[in-house]
Design a protein around this ligand. Structure first.
Ligand code: XUL
Ligand code: CO
Length: 438
């Protein structure tokens, strides 16, 4: 088969002192960490959209990316992107990919044509999967780009659009199923609102729940074994996205009795847009048993939007992998690089360099998090911090044995309270030391 990324060989491990931008410094797929080969914790995936279809255009300028498929159009373009994508993953040793329906095939001029294009491309991708052993982490549907979705898809004020979105998502579930997708993602797209002056939020949310219920029923009908995931995001493209953050989504799912059918796909940049840290969202998903998968990227502290940068902040990747290890891994989810190269990093080589940087940042984060846990650095501190709940009145509280009157009787006898320091700076310094020493 034609080679697309000519001059770039299979990326190898060069060791942490390597100066080669095209070598891994930390990622060694088979190195055992926390009882598993690294690759089983990380389960890296390529995002089809940012890697193969993103062209660098922004509101101020045109396409900037130079790609080996430039000049091709329609189905020929889709085929070239697919072949190049599998070569890219093979060269990086990435075993999964994630895609939107619209990433893999041209939209065509009707729904029927779109579905035919999809079928044709799914066959091409199926063959590439067989040849390479690369798998589908998740599929999803782009129900936000086309102008028909200006008011949303499942939450549109227009029932015709709701119906169209249903047909589109059904098809996306079908093709994800055919490709053996281990998950299916619902990211809110334009499910949200701009102004309450024209919005019936109650009807929109009821309809959104109806839509998700139809998806659950359909998955059962076709025996789709993948995990359904919702990807929270607080804003962008709408001012107020309904799937604001993990706890908002959980409240919504519980209200409509859908909580058994969905987990979360946590994206770092969406967490920070919501005013949370990446670790906060992972932690709240984990403690509620809904940590499903990760969209790995990072935002920019000085910019207020979803910049989708490659994740290179080792402090964040460490704390993220800390949550993943505590969750005993993330399978059948994985770590999808929902990240794009900057507009000025337009050479094809930049794609490789960026993925390597992201993979290494997470590999290092995994190694550091494992060491922190092995030494029980935070565990011991936290255990001690809450030790008052293991004896006396504390034990009675957590065993639900006391009420306000008993607490009052106790407090009247014990009102000279002594607290202990939280030692935040000491802990931050310890985490830094672990990061520096590995
Ligand atoms: C948008 C975003 C999407 C989803 C898939 O912010 O993250 O790419 O991950 O639709
Ligand atoms: Co995402």
């Amino acid at each position: 088969m034609k080679e697309y990324f000519v001059g770039i060989d299979k990326v190898r491990y060069g060791g942490k002192d390597s100066r080669n931008p095209l070598a891994f410094k930390y990622y060694r797929p088979h190195q055992m960490v926390a009882g598993k080969p690294m690759k089983d914790y990380l389960r890296f995936a390529m995002s089809y959209w940012h890697t193969l279809t993103g062209d660098g255009s922004d509101p101020f300028g045109h396409k900037s990316m130079e790609r080996p498929w430039d000049g091709k159009e329609e189905m020929e373009l889709s085929r070239a992107r697919a072949e190049a994508g599998f070569e890219f993953m093979e060269k990086l040793g990435i075993e999964y990919f994630c895609f939107h329906d619209l990433d893999i095939a041209p939209e065509g001029s009707s729904l029927r044509e779109k579905m035919q294009n999809l079928d044709e491309m799914v066959e091409v991708i199926e063959n590439l999967m067989k040849k390479t052993g690369i798998k589908c982490l998740w599929g999803t549907s782009d129900a936000f780009s086309n102008p028909r979705f200006v008011h949303g898809a499942a939450t549109s004020c227009n029932a015709e659009v709701f119906a169209f979105a249903g047909a589109q998502v059904k098809k996306a579930i079908d093709i994800t199923n055919r490709l053996g997708g281990e998950n299916y993602v619902f990211w809110g797209g334009r499910e949200g609102y701009e102004t309450l002056l024209n919005t019936d939020t109650k009807l929109e949310l009821d309809n959104y729940a109806r839509f998700l219920r139809m998806a659950v029923d359909y998955a059962k009908k076709i025996d789709f074994k993948g995990q359904f995931l919702i990807e929270p995001k607080p804003k962008e493209p709408t001012k107020h996205q309904y799937d604001f953050d993990t706890m908002t989504v959980l409240g919504f799912l519980r209200k409509y009795g859908l909580e058994e059918d969905f987990k979360m796909n946590i994206e770092a940049n969406h967490a920070t847009l919501a005013g949370h840290t990446f670790q906060h969202e992972l932690n709240f998903a984990r403690i509620n048993n809904v940590l499903g998968s990760i969209d790995a990227n990072q935002g920019d502290q000085l910019l207020g939007w979803d910049t989708d940068q490659f994740p290179t902040n080792v402090y964040e990747t460490t704390m993220a992998m800390y949550e993943v290890i505590k969750n005993s891994g993330i399978a059948p989810g994985g770590l999808n690089f929902d990240a794009k190269v900057r507009r000025a990093s337009f050479e094809a080589e930049d794609l490789f360099i960026s993925y390597i940087a992201g993979m290494d940042a997470f590999a290092k984060g995994l190694i550091v998090a494992d060491k922190l846990m092995e030494d029980r650095v935070l565990e011991n501190f936290i255990e001690d911090r809450y030790s008052s709940y293991r004896v006396g009145i504390g034990r009675d509280i957590v065993e639900d044995k006391v009420d306000f009157e008993q607490l009052t009787a106790y407090a009247l006898e014990h009102d000279k309270i002594k607290n202990k320091s939280g030692r935040q700076e000491m802990l931050e310094d310890i985490v830094n030391r672990y990061i520096y020493s590995i």
